[in-house]
Design a protein around this ligand. Structure first.
Ligand code: LRH
Ligand code: MN
Ligand code: MN
Length: 386
């Protein structure tokens, strides 16, 4: 195989998971701008996700958020997805939208609230059993707002205890992915604020526990690719929640704010052997003012472009320059790959996959956008922001 053929072959195996909530109406705490034609049910979200996969060829799974996607029959929901050519992916738990969780969920000072939170997580594993999903994605809004409000160490103990109970419940081939976020909604302490805390808990739990890197969950200036390299080295990178941030947890389209950062992240993924099914490449975004399905197609393509550039880095030339201590040449090798226009290559890849080379245009021509506006009245909110 030529090198280019190897790059193309790798790109054809790419799998970007889209989030069910990105298809629903969303907004900020100031205003949700409802759009016409958005899904009214979890099934309709899957119908839209199937369109993203149909036109990109690299978005074969859809993440669910429970209870936003609550249904009576999860096996039937999985079948609905499969009938449309996609599968259900990670199950995202939600222990942040209930009055009981004002002081936290699995770290709450009251054992009864902790019990309720852990029971919800166990319910999510039950849903995974029904859907065939392998990943339980955990993000906790837990934390405190004021010094002295609660015992920082005690909260860590409660977290460890709750996670351990859920870990024990995981079946063969199932894992838990622990997501960190440095602040919000808590502002003084957050119980899982950074990769170090997530890593420490996952290490203690065992091999079925891994860390999720949400690209929007870091302080400004954080070197995310360093975190990615480190977690991969330790075998603890479970996946990504991709999005863009200009200020904090903006949840804008991945690659919109900083495509160079996305490239640097994807380079470390490729370098560390993480471009594999063991790492889940998920989007975690909301489309508040732009049309949702095209925005998700654009996001998938942004990940694809960054990946193509990362795969094009000339590893031999880079290694030689690094060993020679040639700082400028090493940097130039990396920048050469980043500055390559990979759009023609990706058009070829799509044609070889039997797809239209231009997913955005193909979607626009398909008539799906007009059809859902005509057929769906009263679209569902993504889950927050009312
Ligand atoms: C938290 C978060 C987490 C949630 C999602 C909706 O900010 O990134 O992944 O599950 O947003
Ligand atoms: Mn996230
Ligand atoms: Mn987030």
């Amino acid at each position: 195989m030529t090198e280019l053929a190897a790059v193309k072959a790798a790109l054809k195996t790419q799998a970007v998971e889209t989030p069910s909530w990105a298809y629903g109406n969303s907004g900020t705490r100031f205003k949700v701008f409802a759009q016409h034609g958005v899904p009214r049910t979890p099934q309709e979200k899957l119908d839209d996700a199937a369109k993203v996969h149909e036109f990109t060829g690299v978005a074969p799974t859809v993440a669910l958020h429970i209870p936003w996607d609550k249904v009576d029959d999860y096996a039937a929901l999985a079948k609905h997805a499969e009938d449309r050519g996609v599968k259900l992916g990670a199950i995202n738990s939600n222990t942040f939208q209930d009055d009981d969780y004002k002081l936290g969920s699995i770290c709450h000072p009251d054992a009864a609230v902790r019990r309720k939170a852990v029971d919800h997580l166990l319910e999510c594993v039950g849903i995974m059993d029904a859907t065939g999903s392998t990943d339980l994605k955990l993000w906790f809004a837990d934390g405190t707002n004021y010094p002295g409000q609660d015992d920082i160490r005690g909260r860590q103990d409660r977290l460890a205890e709750g996670l351990a109970e859920v870990y024990e419940r995981l079946g063969d081939g199932q894992r838990m992915l622990l997501e960190y976020k440095f602040f919000e909604p808590a502002f003084y302490t957050t119980d899982v604020p950074d990769w170090g805390t997530a890593y420490a808990h996952c290490l203690k739990l065992g091999p079925k526990a891994q860390v999720v890197v949400d690209t929007g969950h870091h302080a400004p200036g954080t070197n995310i690719e360093f975190i990615v390299a480190t977690l991969l080295r330790e075998g603890k990178l479970g996946g990504f929640d991709f999005n863009s941030r200009f200020y904090a947890d903006d949840d804008l389209m991945v690659g919109a704010a900083d495509p160079f950062q996305l490239f640097r992240i994807m380079y470390e993924v490729v370098r560390g052997g993480g471009f594999s099914p063991e790492v889940a490449f998920m989007l975690d975004q909301c489309h508040n003012i732009e049309a949702k399905i095209p925005a998700i197609i654009r996001s998938v393509m942004n990940v694809q472009e960054a990946t193509a550039k990362a795969l094009l880095v000339d590893g031999d030339a880079l290694g030689a320059a690094q060993r020679a201590g040639d700082v400028l040449e090493a940097n130039a090798v990396l920048m050469d790959a980043y500055n390559t226009d990979v759009r023609p290559l990706l058009r070829e890849v799509r044609e070889e996959m039997g797809l239209d080379p231009e997913p955005m245009a193909a979607y626009r021509r398909s008539g799906w956008a007009e059809r859902i506006v005509a057929e769906r009245v009263g679209g569902q909110q993504a889950g927050w922001g009312a």
